[in-house]
Design a protein around this ligand. Structure first.
Ligand code: GH3
Ligand code: MG
Ligand code: MG
Ligand code: MG
Length: 312
């Protein structure tokens, strides 16, 4: 197969990818038993604008993996408590850290030993004391690629909103934070009315367009106040952080009006679509699942009361 590659165009795109993903500094976790060695790499990467944590004991790696949430782990190989390849193998048993690259950074130049370390779950093997620019470039490129991958992993492919797993994850983290800091939190479940008829009358690709048009409206309106995701099919979930029930319901009702006024079209036929929604707010002792259930049950009432309305 011959791919006509426009190399310059691809390089430009790579630059854009790097710039985009660097807007939040990369977080680098260095694991090295030697203070001096750890500091050398740390200083180079800090100078290049990255956030760096250095850990001396590999057995303590799980706490910073969770709390610091690094974009890359630079792992020494020879350490007294446990070797770098052994700890890499342990980390690789946790799927929650699958998207964190582990790169060995060691003085070991023996190819066989490097290969053995890599077969334990590291993603690459770099030899220590490489030129500064090379270390910075290698870390930048690896972090950019993995950040981009993580972004796509959390997206719903049709709408590019958060997917089911990630909107639930966002909700769970928001619930925990709201409880801890005594902040209000509201949640909406939105469901397009008689969507099956749209598919039946105009076909699934027009149905997809309708879903995308609602997603666009939600994305444009939510920024900064929470997150919107595709819960599944023609159902959307919206988390309103630090927002009361009344304010969240007002917002959703505003979207409801705007959506119902959008003109959808299939060839030369024009039509309008509505949605129903249920809004609930976090009360004491509720968890994320109960908040979803609460929104669901008022959504059900809104459907039964005639659709195109917001229940609360
Ligand atoms: P209600 O007002 O009670 O919500 O009725 P409804 O027709 O919207 O609800 P129902 O759950 O009966 O139908 C939802 C339909 O959505 C069924 C399914 O085929 C369709 N659907 C789910 N996901 C997609 C999608 O990604 N694209 C398209 N085009 N249709 C989808
Ligand atoms: Mg060492
Ligand atoms: Mg539905
Ligand atoms: Mg529906």
């Amino acid at each position: 197969v011959y791919f006509p590659l426009d190399i310059q165009k691809l390089i430009d795109r790579l630059d854009v990818l790097l710039e985009q993903s660097m807007s939040i500094p990369y977080r680098v976790l260095i694991v090295d038993d030697s203070d001096a060695m750890g500091k050398v790499s740390a200083n180079i990467l800090i100078k290049a604008g990255m956030e760096v944590q250095v850990l001396k004991n590999p057995l303590d790696v799980f706490f910073p993996l969770e709390r610091f949430s690094p974009d890359i782990v630079l792992m020494d190989v020879y350490m007294p408590q446990c070797s770098g390849d052994e700890i890499a193998k342990v980390i690789r048993q946790y799927t929650q850290f699958d998207s964190v690259p582990i790169v060995f950074l060691s003085t070991e130049t023996n190819r066989i030993k490097q290969l053995m370390a890599r077969s334990m779950g590291g993603d690459d093997f770099w030899v220590k004391n490489m030129p500064e620019e090379e270390l910075i470039a290698s870390v930048n490129m690896t972090c950019a690629r993995y950040r981009s991958l993580r972004r796509w992993m959390s997206c719903d492919s049709l709408t590019t909103l958060l997917n089911h797993t990630h909107i639930i994850d966002f909700l769970e983290r928001s619930v925990a934070r709201s409880k801890k800091e005594a902040l209000s939190l509201s949640f909406a479940m939105i469901d397009i009315d008689h969507f099956k008829k749209i598919n039946d009358n105009y076909g699934h690709s027009i149905g997809d367009q309708v879903i995308k048009s609602l997603a666009r409206l939600l994305r444009q309106s939510i920024n900064g106040e929470g997150a919107a995701g595709r819960y599944g099919g023609e159902e959307f979930a919206v988390v309103f952080t630090e927002t009361s029930l009344v304010r969240a319901a007002q917002k959703v009702d505003d979207w409801r009006k705007r959506f119902s006024e959008l003109i959808q079209s299939s060839n030369d036929i024009q039509f309008q679509v509505t949605f129903s929604a249920g809004v609930a707010t976090l009360k004491n002792n509720m968890d994320a699942a109960q908040l979803i259930d609460a929104a669901d049950s008022v959504l059900y009432q809104a459907k039964h009361a005639g659709r195109n309305q917001v229940g609360l």
